[in-house]
Write a protein that binds this ligand. Sequence first.
Ligand SMILES: [Zn+2]
Length: 317
Amino acid sequence: MGNSDLAIGVDIGGTKVLGGVVDLQGQILRTFRKDTPREGGDALNQVISDVVNELLTTHKTDNIGISAAGLVSSDRQTMLGAPNIKDWDGVNIAKALNKISGINSVVENDANSAAWAERVYGAGKGLENVIMITVGTGIGGAAIVNGKPLRGANGTGAEFGHMRVVPDGELCGCGVRGCFEQYASGTALMRHTKEAIAKNPDTAKDLLARGNGTVNGLKGSHITAAAQDGDKIAIKALEITGDWLGAGIATLAMLFDPSIVVIGGGVIDAGELLLAPARKAMMREMPFVGKHPVPEIVAAKLGNDAGLVGVADLSRN
Ligand SMILES: [Zn+2]
């Protein structure tokens, strides 16, 4: 029998498997990490099991949650599709971990995990209807509806990154064109920046100098830092990205009527440089102008630990 006040969350990243013991206040009491094995599949299941068992040596609990990017079945056991991990598609992870070391666990999508952490401990604390948008390489989405994570019939709901915002638009990694994440993600921010540089080559020198002098040397963090120092091209690129983000949020506000939209992911380091244009675009694109209630748009509070903390808490019920 374990301590029901504690839970173990495991965040599966591209480079590391990070596990942590989390208490009821969302405090991480201990962490343990191992490298993510490149071969994925069984090797990864073994590493997850090792991480959990190491944490169990000091903290006993029956609550164990695994958070990973991908489509997770609604019974919280099976990875239906993992975009970044080899040989994990269709794998019943809960069953595999039970077979390896007898532990019982639940599996959750990483965006759901992070949104849940923000809803219980972070920017959306105590709220019943919360949308979270993770703006990174792509766009992750999650919805807390009437106090519960929206899973959908198959567990694959709230994939906001792939709603179509531009007919015949940019080709997306998912196989169709014009997805939200092609316009409002960190990858899109980079494209908007390159386009702005091509239009303004004379004023782009300062920005380019932050990388290796070429557009290909630029990183997202350079753009954020340049914008914070007042660089006009970087500010403009964040404005364009924020504008797309806010326009998408107007649509999501119509569908879900959240009281708050929490923005996480690497690009949120830009803070108000991204959020202010997003709010403006949401107001501009909001149907029933002046009549439909609008959600607050705020930055996530919990940062990189959100997935681990959120999935730990989700494993309690
Ligand atoms: Zn897509």
